[in-house]
Design a protein around this ligand. Structure first.
Ligand code: NAD
Length: 287
């Protein structure tokens, strides 16, 4: 952890002891894990919800009201994500999962960075911004195909770039988004939607069940870079706590589950997780 304090090193050591006693671990990750890759979080310092309203951009009502605006928002987020690479936190988690059969990653992130870091087995609770699905018939569509459809229908948008800036805002060129055409499903003509769970939608049951099974057999839970303000993530902490499983968090700032945590490391994920997983690799991690 470089120059970080001895208090931080001490809390990482305590997290390590907690994990040493666990045979199986579930790690629940959130936007903070990807922050050091350059993907803005929603909450916390520089969070997007300081600039935008979730209700306008990421709810079923927003999509019904103005699908073009929602496509534009996700198009911008996707362009940010595609310019980012996994960081040391994703790499540490991928190596922990590869080294230990019983280390399961469940993510609230939609950026696909766990997969790009080599963790194909991640449970993506809220979907993946790189995929597209039809709202009417549910058919998945390749993002590459939809991108071609989008570019063909919207030539004025083809060269549009919207780089993220440090305050979480974006420099979007002065373009009339009212002229933007949303592509239709190639099977039934229905409305295509980014394959993400909007606020107010439910996480697919199969994913919840898969994550719940992993948690049921786990002895400990790690929360990484999440405010846990979204209930679909928070409920796993409630379940773990009720079942007497210790929960350790690495998160800068408050989480909704602070009262349920056995310990918290208030340090950036990349350094803290790197240090934690490096020490787990010494085989003291019970298997
Ligand atoms: P959140 O934005 O609510 O909370 C992120 C937390 O991480 C904050 O408490 C913040 O202070 C902390 N944090 C920021 N940088 C950190 C770092 N380097 N190390 C440690 N902690 C750090 O995120 P959430 O709890 O995941 O919110 C859930 C919703 O946000 C999900 O639905 C998710 O899909 C969506 N989201 C995803 C992404 C992504 O895919 N990368 C980005 C933004 C939001």
């Amino acid at each position: 952890m470089g120059e970080t304090s001895s208090a931080a090193a001490d809390s990482v050591d305590r997290a390590r002891s907690l994990l040493r006693r666990a045979r199986r671990v579930v790690a629940l990750t959130g936007a903070g894990v990807s922050a050091e890759s350059g993907v803005p979080t929603f909450r916390g310092q520089g969070g997007l919800w300081r600039q935008y309203r979730a209700e306008d951009l990421a709810t079923p009502a927003a999509f019904a009201h103005d699908p073009r605006l929602v496509w534009e928002w996700y198009g911008w987020r996707r362009s940010v994500v595609s310019g980012c690479a996994p960081n040391a936190a994703h790499a540490a988690l991928a190596s922990a999962a590869a080294a230990h059969d019983d280390f399961r990653i469940v993510t609230q992130n939609v950026d696909g960075l766990h997969i790009r870091a080599g963790n194909a087995d991640v449970i993506e609770l809220h979907g993946n911004i790189a995929r597209v699905r039809c709202m009417a018939c549910g058919a998945p569509h390749s993002r590459a195909l939809v991108q071609r459809m989008l570019e063909a229908a919207n030539p004025a948008f083809a060269g549009l770039t919207a780089p993220a800036v440090p305050d979480g805002d974006a420099h979007v060129e002065d373009i009339d988004f009212g002229a933007f055409h949303v592509p239709a499903c190639t099977h039934c003509g229905g409305l295509l939607k980014p394959d993400v769970v909007f606020f107010g939608e439910s996480v697919p049951r199969t994913l919840v069940a898969d994550a719940a099974r992993s948690l049921e057999s786990a002895d400990a839970m790690l929360v990484l870079g999440s405010s846990l303000m979204v209930y679909s993530g928070y409920r796993f902490c409630e379940w773990a706590h009720r079942a007497g499983k210790p929960i350790a968090a690495i998160n800068m700032g408050r989480t909704r589950a602070d009262h349920l945590l056995a310990l918290k490391v208030e340090e950036p994920c990349a350094a803290a997780l790197g240090a934690l997983v490096e020490r787990l690799d010494d085989r003291e991690f019970a298997r």
